[in-house]
Design a protein around this ligand. Structure first.
Ligand code: FAD
Length: 326
């Protein structure tokens, strides 16, 4: 008979690895499925992590490795596979007013979930989704080449490297404006490049931004090219109204045009918010009994390593409670 796991953890970024450590300590029969040959998720793309307690200045790749080694030492089991679908029996999806009744029924039935990968098919009692997110890209020349060499998608993470320098922020939503305010306190000058003549960000944020003397708005403009060989040196912007172009001399470009959750796989099964994030609170419970959402893929205020790691731990506590009542 095929093995039935207590838990399948999908993804081995900080959330998945933290879940793996807690699951191993709880002696759950769990397996971590990761599509990449290295663990660490988005963290491995950053040169230096400055805000994770106890590990200041650690290289992102090393941090991913350290987390993975820790999980391995605790007994976590890994497999390199890409999850292609999950299947859940319909009685496990809470509908609306009879949610509690349905939840109770699904607990009694203890019905299984299937995780289908490019190599295997697994049966499991619970699933921890830790598939993370990816940043939207501009798709312009220079962006890919200079990523990590002046092009960044995370001001909170990389801003400190641009102290007293000149940077550009591309975007006009809350994140872009928050990034620009944050950077204006560190940098000599901050350009904010936005395709419209007004920002989408909350008014309170806009007021704060406009109060910064070292911020210059570049309205009605899109970035068309990022220049530099081994480090960003300039960015070309085009005015969308009169098509005129100009080059701004900058040391860094922060792109904040949105992030995309890796939640496509779960569409139609697990509830999402309007931006595609899996709907779950701090206990990581989704609308589907026995399926938990952790880290960047879930609805939350701050997407960072420390909050992803926290989710990994919380999800196991909630999952253990669920397993206890099966
Ligand atoms: P992720 O790190 O995104 O990991 C998800 C994992 O799931 C990946 O390994 C992926 O391969 C795997 N996966 C996805 N889909 C599948 C599938 N179908 N099958 C199998 N596996 C799958 N945060 C900080 O706190 N400090 C920083 O300094 C910092 N710097 C950053 C720099 C950069 C360039 C970026 C992009 C982010 C940075 N962040 C930083 C944010 C931080 O990396 C994330 O908040 C954190 O990694 C989220 O962890 P996660 O486990 O939820 O998801």
């Amino acid at each position: 008979m095929a093995q039935i796991y207590d838990m399948i953890i999908i993804g081995s970024g900080p959330a998945g690895l933290s879940a793996a450590i807690y699951a191993a300590r709880a002696k759950l029969d769990a397996i971590v499925i990761e599509q990449n040959y290295v663990s660490g998720g988005q963290v491995i793309n950053t040169y230096e992590v400055d805000n994770y307690p106890g590990l200041p200045g650690m290289n992102g790749f090393d941090m991913g490795n350290t987390f993975r080694e820790h999980a391995g030492k605790m007994g976590a089991v890994f497999s390199q596979e890409k999850v292609e679908s999950i299947q859940i029996e319909s009685d496990q999806v809470k509908q609306t007013e009879d949610a509690q009744l349905q939840a109770a029924e699904s607990r009694q039935s203890g019905s299984l979930k299937k995780v289908v990968t490019d190599k295997n098919e697994y049966e499991t009692k619970t699933i921890v989704i830790a598939t993370g997110a990816r940043h939207s890209k501009l798709g312009i020349p220079g962006e890919e080449k200079l990523s990590g060499m002046g092009v960044s998608y995370c001001a909170t993470c990389d801003g400190a490297f641009f102290k007293d320098k000149t940077v550009a922020v591309v975007g006009g939503g809350d994140v872009a404006v928050e990034d620009a305010i944050f950077l204006s306190r560190l940098c000599k000058k901050v350009y904010v490049i936005h395709r419209r003549d007004e920002l989408r960000a909350a008014k309170a944020l806009q007021e704060k931004l406009f109060a910064q003397e070292n911020v210059e708005m570049v309205w009605d403009s899109i970035a068309t090219e990022i220049h530099g060989e081994t480090q960003v040196t300039a960015i070309t912007v085009e005015n969308v109204k009169d098509k005129s172009q100009k080059e701004l001399v900058v040391d860094g470009v922060f792109i904040a045009v949105g992030i995309i959750p890796n939640s496509e796989l779960f569409k139609g099964l697990v509830d999402t918010d309007e931006r595609g994030y899996l709907t779950a609170g701090e206990d990581c419970r989704t609308n589907v009994e026995g399926v938990f959402a952790t880290g960047d893929v879930r609805t939350k205020q701050l997407r960072q390593i420390v909050t992803a790691v926290s989710d990994g731990a919380n999800s196991i506590t909630t999952a253990q409670e669920y397993l206890l009542h099966l």
